[in-house]
Design a protein around this ligand. Structure first.
Ligand code: MRU
Length: 334
C-alpha cells in the first residue's frame, strides 16, 4: 500500500483541454467531459461534474486559461462567470485571485500558474495527511462525511487523505462514512474511493450517526471544509454541524482538514459565510422520479457552519491548530 491514492483522479489538463471525470455518474459510469471554454467550465462546476472545494478551485484556474487562450480580452468576463458558479467554497475565489495576480497577458505564465495550483494541492494534501494521521491512535475507528478524497481535490484528499495515510500507517481499524444526502457524495464517491483501495469501510445513513457514536466508540470524526472563518468556524457539507454536536456529546474528537486556500480570514466568524441553496428537486425527487407530494416546498441548504468550539483540531499544510482559536489560526496562517 502506497501512501497516495491508487490512481484516482478527477481532473486532467491535456492538450489545452480541461477534462473532468463526471461525478454525477459515479460509481456506475466513469465518463469524462471536455471543457474548452470558461463558460463550459463554470457550468461543470455549477452542475457538479466537478465538486469539492479544492477541485473547484483547480477547475476554475484552468477555466481562466481556456478563456484567455481564446481571447485575452475575455479574462475579466470569464473571471466573473467562474466566480458566480458556486458560492460557498472560497477556494474558487482564492484560485481566481491567484490567477489574476500573475495575469499580464502572458498565456504561458497563466497556464503555469494553473498547473502549479493543481500540483501544489496534491503536495499540500500529502503534508496534511501526515499531520492529521499523527493525531490518530492505532486501532481507531473514524467517521467521515461527504467526499473529501482524490475526487474532491488535486489528489489524495483532505479528510479522506488523512484517513488514507492513517490506514496505510496501521492506525485505523474501521472507517464509517455517511451517505451524505441529498447528493450522496458519501454513498457514491467516498465508498467508491474506499473500495478501490481496500480500506475497510461501512456506509451509514446520515441519521444513524448518533446511534453509531452512542453504541460503539468512534475516536475521530474527520471532515473537510469549504470555507473557514478567522475564528475557526467551518462551513462544510450539510450535516457536518450535526455530526460535531453528536461527537461532542459522545466524546468523539472532531478534526477538520483543509489547505490554506480554504481559509477566509476576511470573515471574522462563520455567520458571514454564504451558504449555497440548491434546487428543491434534490429533496423532492430521486433520479428524476418524484418522491415527495407534488407541490411540496423544500429548503435545501447544501452546507452548514460548525462552530469552532465544537472542533478539536484544524489541520492545514502549515500545521495543526488544536484547539482552533482565532489566535492559533492567525499564528498558523500569518
Ligand atoms: O457540494 P460539494 O460536493 O462540492 O461539497 C463538498 C464538501 O462539502 C467537502 O467536504 C469539501 O469541499 C471539502 S473537499 C476536500
Amino acid at each position: 500500500m502506497t501512501e497516495t491514492s491508487k490512481g484516482v483522479q478527477a481532473i486532467r489538463w491535456q492538450g489545452g483541454v480541461l477534462q473532468l471525470l463526471d461525478q454525477r455518474l459515479l460509481p456506475v459510469d466513469e465518463r469524462w467531459i471536455d471543457c474548452r471554454t470558461a463558460v463550459e467550465t463554470a457550468a461543470a462546476i455549477h452542475d457538479m461534474v466537478v465538486r469539492g472545494a479544492p477541485a473547484i478551485g483547480i477547475a476554475a484556474a484552468f477555466g481562466l486559461v481556456l478563456a484567455a487562450r481564446r481571447d485575452p480580452a475575455a479574462f475579466d468576463a470569464a473571471e466573473a462567470v467562474l466566480a458566480a458558479s458556486r458560492p460557498t467554497a472560497v477556494n474558487l475565489h482564492w484560485a481566481l485571485k491567484r490567477m489574476r495576480g500573475v495575469w499580464t497577458g502572458d498565456l504561458a505564465r497563466l497556464e503555469a500558474e494553473a498547473v502549479a495550483i493543481f500540483d501544489e494541492d496534491l503536495a499540500q494534501n500529502l503534508t496534511m495527511a501526515r499531520f492529521g494521521a499523527e493525531l490518530i491512535a492505532p486501532g481507531s475507528r473514524v467517521l467521515t462525511h461527504c467526499n473529501t478524497g482524490a475526487l474532491a481535490t488535486g489528489g489524495h484528499g483532505t479528510a479522506l487523505g488523512v484517513i488514507r495515510t492513517a490506514w496505510a500507517q496501521g492506525r485505523i481499524a474501521e472507517v464509517y462514512n455517511t451517505e451524505t444526502r441529498p447528493w450522496l457524495q458519501g454513498a457514491r464517491l467516498t465508498a467508491w474511493e474506499l473500495m478501490r483501495e481496500g480500506i475497510p469501510g461501512q456506509l451509514i445513513a446520515d441519521g444513524a450517526a448518533a446511534h453509531l457514536m452512542s453504541t460503539i466508540r468512534i475516536d475521530w470524526v474527520i471532515v473537510g471544509a469549504d470555507r473557514i472563518a478567522a475564528n475557526g468556524d467551518t462551513a462544510n457539507k450539510i450535516g457536518t454541524h450535526m455530526l460535531a454536536v453528536v461527537a461532542r456529546h459522545y466524546g468523539a474528537k472532531f478534526m477538520v482538514v483543509a489547505p490554506s486556500g480554504t481559509f477566509d480570514l476576511s470573515l471574522a466568524s462563520g455567520d458571514l459565510i454564504p451558504i449555497e441553496e440548491r434546487t428543491a428537486k434534490e429533496l423532492t425527487e430521486f433520479k428524476g422520479a418524484q418522491i415527495a407530494p407534488a407541490g411540496m416546498r423544500a429548503f435545501n441548504p447544501v452546507f452548514d457552519v460548525t462552530p469552532a468550539s465544537l472542533i478539536d483540531a484544524i489541520v492545514c499544510e502549515r500545521g495543526v491548530a488544536t484547539p482552533p482559536t482565532t489566535a492559533a489560526l492567525k499564528a498558523l496562517l500569518g
